[in-house]
Design a protein around this ligand. Structure first.
Ligand SMILES: [Zn+2]
Length: 142
């Protein structure tokens, strides 16, 4: 009876994992939405928690030895702790505007790899293509 139950649940878990995978292929175009660091961390968290649940389940079904279970569980918990910390770090800023600005700045830096030159005289941030400060006209050190 227990084996049947485990088998059924295992099948359900497998289906739950596989069905979204197949569905993703159909709607790939619409799912290409840029993700923020926070989104990625949230997804990572869900995956890790899911893995831990699966592991607990397999251990309860007797598929894993206690030694293996404790070892893998420890590794997963450590991984989860890192992700939680990163999420906390982002969320502790609380101010959503800060998050958005940080994200926008990161994107800008990605699309425009050229660095900036800070004016020695007024502190204005000039693109490296500028020879003179756009704000005060001082000659820039390249
Ligand atoms: Zn200047």
């Amino acid at each position: 009876m227990l084996y049947l139950f485990c088998g059924l649940l295992g099948g359900a878990i497998l289906a739950a994992i596989c069905i979204p995978l197949f569905r993703k292929d159909d709607t790939l175009d619409s799912t290409i939405i840029e993700e923020t660091e926070w989104d990625l961390l949230q997804r990572k968290k869900e995956v890790i928690l899911g893995n831990i649940q699966d592991l607990d389940f397999e251990y309860k079904c007797g598929k894993l030895s206690e030694e293996d279970y404790k070892k893998v569980r420890g590794e997963m918990s450590a991984e989860a702790a890192v992700v939680f910390q990163e999420i906390d770090g982002i969320e502790s800023s609380k101010d959503l505007d800060v998050l958005i600005r940080r994200e926008v700045a990161a994107r800008k830096n990605k699309t425009k790899p050229s660095k900036i030159v800070i004016c020695q005289s007024c502190g204005f941030k000039n693109p490296t293509t500028n020879k003179f400060c756009a704000d005060c006209g001082t000659k820039l050190k390249q």
